[in-house]
Write a protein that binds this ligand. Structure first.
Ligand code: HEC
Ligand code: HEC
Length: 257
């Protein structure tokens, strides 16, 4: 081979390799499966039928609270819908999620002493999550460069915890949610843990619960020390999981076993 044809064939090889890599990237992006794709057909039917879906009650209750306590300051629902797919956000030197924001807003109306799982907080969160259905998950780094660096640290912290072995059974999140997707664990089928539809109505809870509560349940599953509600580790994990879900369609409040 003369030098020119060597260069040409080398270019051809790199072209083919990068073409394959790009396609693998596409394939991966297209096959990302949300938790809904791991439901039994029974739960799937329940989630599709508003007349028997328990979530409907929470949406109704959330709508009432929204009209009574929130609409006065938030006439335009659009920025609020968008915020659902962007939380957790960096605010006053920490990450806050949707429920944290709702609690802060309740406080503006002198409703104090609420936490992430308070029924009123979860009901409004369910209503807002439902209103954001169909938008794309899109976490947002702060514009300010110092804040952005702290936000990036939090994201890295979340990624670190995700791969950290924990608890009596010594498992990391990634060992279930990346390495054992589709396998059965007790009566659950393990999903990749993307965040595309919270809060969730879990039959085992007989109630709606937040992302915070779901994550604590996973800590409990591996018999690790469970961080208290609102802990920075939980918010960092939520940011990490949501940034992995970037671009996926928001499915609104969801049913789980
Ligand atoms: C022993 C296996 C196991 C480990 C380890 C584990 N989980 Fe889970 N996780 C589950 C199972 C089972 C479910 C319920 C089925 C599902 O949705 O995957 C679940 C559900 C979830 C969900 C909800 C997904 C949905 O769509 O409803 C998220 C998010 C999640 N886990 C994150 C985590 C994080 C973060 C960690 C590490 C702190 C973790 N999990 C550790 C087994 C595990
Ligand atoms: C007294 C006025 C006021 C009331 C009442 C109020 N909010 Fe807010 N809300 C704000 C302000 C101001 C912000 C901007 C961020 C901040 O200061 O917390 C905000 C931000 C938000 C956001 C983030 C959206 C964004 O674009 O930043 C959400 C979600 C939200 N409020 C939900 C609610 C809910 C739910 C209620 C009812 C429980 C409520 N708010 C009641 C003033 C209010």
């Amino acid at each position: 081979m003369n030098p020119t044809s060597l260069v040409i064939s080398w270019r051809l090889i790199t072209l083919i390799i990068s073409f394959c890599l790009i396609n693998m990237g596409f394939a991966r992006a297209q096959t990302r499966q949300s938790g809904n794709q791991f439901l039994t057909s029974e739960l799937l039917n329940l989630s599709k039928d508003a007349s028997i879906n328990p979530i409907s009650l929470w949406i109704d209750q959330g709508t009432q609270i929204w009209q009574k306590d929130c609409q006065g300051c938030h006439q335009d629902l659009n920025p609020i819908r968008q915020s659902v797919v962007e939380f957790p956000r960096w605010k006053k030197n920490q990450l806050i999620n949707l429920e944290d924001q709702i609690i802060q807003c309740f406080a503006k109306k002198q409703s104090l002493g609420l936490n992430t799982e308070s029924p009123d907080v979860i009901a409004v969160s369910t209503f807002l999550s439902n209103s954001a259905k169909g938008l794309k998950v899109q976490t947002q780094a702060p514009i300010d460069s110092i804040e952005k660096a702290s936000w990036q640290d939090a994201l890295n912290h979340g990624a670190q915890i995700y791969t950290l072995r924990q608890g009596r059974v010594n498992l990391s999140c990634t060992q279930c949610h990346d390495l054992n997707i589709g396998k059965n664990l007790r009566s659950d089928v393990i999903s990749p843990g993307y965040i595309t539809g919270f809060p969730i109505y879990r039959q085992s809870w007989q109630a709606m619960g937040s992302m915070d509560r779901r994550l604590r349940a996973c800590y409990s599953g591996v018999q690790a020390a469970i961080p208290p509600t609102g802990h920075r580790d939980l918010r960092a994990l939520e940011l990490f999981l949501k940034s992995r879900s970037e671009g996926m369609i928001w499915e609104g409040p969801s049913i789980r076993r």
